[in-house]
Unconditional design. Structure first.
Ligand code: ATP
Ligand code: MG
Length: 404
C-alpha cells in the first residue's frame, strides 16, 4: 500500500532518520481505511518528548506527562506521542502511571478498540495485532482484550464505544454489550464534561437511534445525570438526522424525554453557556410552535435561523413532516422579509428621543414603550418614521395617564 498521509510523511521521515520508530496511529488509520474524512493525524513514536521537541521547529508541549507533544507543520497540528502503556487507572480519570515502552506493539495494546488500535508505517503497511481490519469490514466495535477489564480500567470507553457505533454505523460485539451493561454504574466516576462530549457526538452520528437503543438496552443511560428515569419510548422515534446543530439535537432529545428544565440539565451536564442558551431558546420556540403557526411577531422575535431550527426540531419530533421543511423555510423567509424592521436598532426613534418627548427620566416605562412600539411597527400599525412614532407616543402617553 502507498503511504497516503503526504504531509505527515515529513514528520515520520524526520523521526526515522534520527533513529526512532514512528507510525500513524488510531483514528486517522481507521478513517483512512473506511474512506472517511480524516480530522487529525496522531503519530506514535519511540522518541521521547524531549527528543520530539528538539527535532521539530514548532512544538507545543500539550501533554508532556503523557508523552504528547503537538508538532506544527504545514499549517497543521500533529499529536506526536511516545509509545506508552497505561498501567493502572486510579481514579477512573487519569492513568495513575504512564510507562514509556519501546515497541509500537505495546502501545497498540493500551488502545480502546480494535479499530482504533491500527498503525501504519512509512511504507503504508498496516500493523493490526487485534484483527481491527476484520472488525472494520464487519462494522463491529470490539475492545482490545477482555471487554470487562478494559471497561473497568476506563469506563469512558462505554461512551466512546456507543459514540463510535453512532458515528460509524457499527454494532457492538456481544461481550462488549455484556460488559457495558455489567459495568454501567462505573460511568458515574467519569467527568461529566467528557461524557457530555461523547454524548453530543453520539447524537450527531448517522446511527444515533441505534446507539441510543444500546444506551437504553445496556441501562447505561440511567446512570447519567438527570436521566435516571429516562424512557426510551419517544426518544427512539426522533429523526435526529434532520437536525443541524448540537442545540437542535439536545432540544429534540430533552423534549422527547419530557425534560422541561433545560437549565438544570445544562448545569448538571456542565454545558457551555452558548449551548445552554441556544437549547433553552429552542425549547421555548418549540412550545410556541406547538401552539401556533409562525406569525410575523414570532418570526421577528425568534430570528430567521432560530425559526428554521425550531421547525427542524418539530420535524424531528414528528410534529410536522420532513418533506414540508423546505416549504416552511420559504414561508419563514417570506414572513421575515415582510417585516419592516429586523431588530430594535432599526427603529426610527431612540431612547433619547423618547426621554425628550416625555421629558421624563428613564425607567421601566422606556423598555415598555420600546417593546410596544416594536410590536406596532412589526405589524405595520405604526410606520417606522420618527414623526409617526412621535405622534404614536403622544397618544400612548395620554392613554397611560388615563389608566393611572
Ligand atoms: P476521533 O478523533 O474521531 O474522535 P480517534 O480514534 O482519533 O477518533 P481520539 O479520542 O482522538 O479518537 O483518540 C486517539 C486514539 O487514542 C484512539 O484512536 C485510541 O487508539 C486512543 N484512545 C483514545 N481514548 C482512549 C481511551 N479512553 N482508552 C484507550 N485508548 C484511547
Ligand atoms: Mg482523533
Amino acid at each position: 500500500m502507498r503511504f497516503p498521509f503526504k504531509q505527515a510523511a515529513q514528520l515520520l521521515d524526520q523521526l526515522i532518520t534520527h533513529g526512532f520508530d514512528a507510525y500513524i496511529v488510531g483514528g486517522a488509520v481507521r478513517d483512512y481505511l473506511l474512506g472517511r474524512p480524516i480530522h487529525d493525524i496522531d503519530i506514535a513514536t519511540s522518541a521521547r518528548p524531549a527528543d520530539v521537541v528538539s527535532l521539530f521547529k514548532r512544538t507545543i508541549p500539550v501533554g508532556i506527562d503523557h508523552g504528547t507533544v503537538a508538532v506544527l507543520s504545514g499549517g497543521k497540528t500533529y499529536e506526536v506521542t511516545t509509545f506508552r502503556s497505561e498501567a493502572a487507572y486510579e481514579d477512573y480519570r487519569h492513568p495513575s502511571q504512564v510507562a514509556f515502552v519501546s515497541s509500537v506493539d505495546q502501545d497498540l495494546m493500551r488502545r480502546d478498540f480494535t479499530i482504533n488500535a491500527l498503525a501504519m508505517d512509512r511504507t503504508g503497511k498496516i500493523i493490526d495485532l487485534f484483527n481491527g481490519q476484520r472488525d472494520l469490514r464487519m462494522k463491529r466495535i470490539r475492545t482490545v482484550g477482555c471487554a470487562e477489564e478494559r471497561i473497568t480500567e476506563d469506563p469512558l470507553r462505554i461512551m466512546r464505544g456507543m459514540r463510535f457505533a453512532s458515528e460509524l454505523e457499527f454494532t457492538l460485539g456481544s461481550s462488549e454489550c455484556h460488559a457495558f451493561r455489567k459495568q454501567a454504574a462505573l460511568l458515574k466516576n467519569i467527568s461529566i464534561e467528557r461524557v457530555n462530549q461523547e454524548m453530543t457526538r453520539l447524537l450527531a452520528g448517522k446511527a444515533v437511534t441505534q446507539a441510543l437503543r444500546l444506551l437504553f438496552e445496556t441501562q447505561c443511560i440511567h446512570v447519567l445525570p438527570l436521566l435516571e428515569q429516562a424512557d426510551a419510548k419517544e426518544v427512539l422515534d426522533v429523526h435526529f438526522t434532520v437536525l443541524r446543530s448540537d442545540a437542535e439535537r439536545w432540544t429534540a432529545f430533552l423534549s422527547a424525554l419530557g425534560i422541561k428544565d433545560s437549565h438544570a440539565f445544562a448545569k448538571a451536564w456542565k454545558w457551555s453557556n452558548r449551548l445552554r442558551q441556544q437549547t433553552a431558546r429552542l425549547l421555548d420556540l418549540l412550545q410556541l410552535r406547538k401552539a401556533q403557526a409562525w406569525t410575523r411577531e414570532a418570526v421577528y422575535s425568534a430570528g430567521q435561523d432560530n425559526a428554521n431550527a425550531a421547525d427542524r426540531v418539530c420535524a424531528a419530533l414528528g410534529m410536522i413532516s420532513q418533506s414540508s421543511l423546505a416549504d416552511r423555510e420559504c414561508d419563514v423567509r417570506r414572513i421575515w422579509e415582510a417585516c419592516p424592521i429586523h431588530s430594535r436598532a432599526e427603529l426610527a426613534a431612540t431612547g433619547n428621543e423618547f426621554k425628550q418627548w416625555a421629558n421624563k427620566r428613564p425607567g421601566p416605562w422606556l423598555a415598555q414603550v420600546i417593546s410596544e412600539l416594536e410590536r406596532e411597527v412589526v405589524n405595520e400599525r405604526v410606520k417606522n418614521e420618527t414623526e409617526e412614532i412621535r405622534l404614536w407616543f403622544k397618544e400612548w402617553s395620554t392613554q397611560q395617564k388615563e389608566q393611572f
